[in-house]
Write a protein that binds this ligand. Structure first.
Ligand code: 13P
Length: 247
């Protein structure tokens, strides 16, 4: 039986004051059975990590460098993230892929660096609206997954979490239907299962894209949906907690 992970991706939002309030409110709330994680902007990781000490809420980063140290201006290494208290690192978010041109190969290397350093990568996969409309969702998501599988093998997948985030559902309010999401989650698990059924049965596959307290329960009740990667709704403690309580 897979456990449920509800992770908040705060993206580039908030201020020192607002994130302190957000963490205090999340800590004060009841979360039910789900594992919670928050992924603040990098500059706030140390602060939030300190505030989360002694709580069950995990800390994650929004990205991780594919190199261990050196002349990589603007990047943050896996070891630095671990020192800040991170246990998770998002890699391959569609905003990184589309706005900052991160390739499948770079995302795979970031993923591997996280695994090698003992962080749990959250690998984001997802198709654009045009890709969905032209019927290539599975080949796009399959290609993104293969970038990790072909280079680092199914054992690397066993050490991470996958997040299916259809690009057309991110920040748009247009959530995938539970059936649409379940079909892609099943496809992802099936692809992993063809290589190793044990890894496939254990790997958590989260859904992300306009998840909110109103649609969370139905999405999370699907057989292959093991949690959520929440953007906008994770910036409001009450909504984030309500999603966790929907598990
Ligand atoms: P929204 O929940 O705002 O659609 O964002 C989803 C997302 O991109 C999480 O990584």
């Amino acid at each position: 039986m897979r456990s449920t992970l509800i992770a908040g991706n705060w993206k580039m939002n908030g201020s020192l004051q607002s994130i302190i309030q957000l963490i205090e409110s999340i800590k004060a709330g009841g979360v039910g059975s789900a594992q919670l994680a928050v992924c603040p902007p990098a500059v706030y990781l140390m602060k939030v990590g300190g505030m989360l000490e002694g709580s069950d809420i995990a800390l994650g980063s929004q990205n991780v460098c594919d190199q261990s140290s050196g002349a990589y201006t603007g990047e943050v290494s896996a070891q630095m993230l671990k020192e800040a208290g991170c246990s998770y690192a998002i890699v391959g978010h569609s905003e990184r892929r589309s706005l900052y041109l991160e390739s499948d190969a770079l995302v795979a290397n970031r993923y591997a660096m996280a695994v090698e350093s003992g962080l749990v990568p959250i690998l984001c996969l997802g198709e654009t609206l045009e890709e969905r409309q032209s019927g290539v969702t599975e080949s796009v998501v399959g290609r993104q997954l293969d970038a990790v599988l072909e280079k680092f093998g199914v054992d690397a997948i066993a050490k991470g979490v996958i997040a299916y985030e259809p690009v057309w559902a991110i920040g748009t309010g247009q959530v995938a239907t539970p059936e649409q999401a379940q079909m892609v989650h099943e496809f992802i698990r099936g692809k992993i299962s063809a290589l190793n059924s044990d890894v496939a049965s254990k790997v958590q596959i989260l859904y992300g894209g306009s998840m909110n307290p109103g649609n969370a329960a139905e999405l999370l009740s699907q057989a292959d949906i093991d949690g959520g990667l929440i953007g906008g709704a994770s910036l409001k403690a009450a909504d984030f907690l309500a999603i966790a309580q929907a598990v």
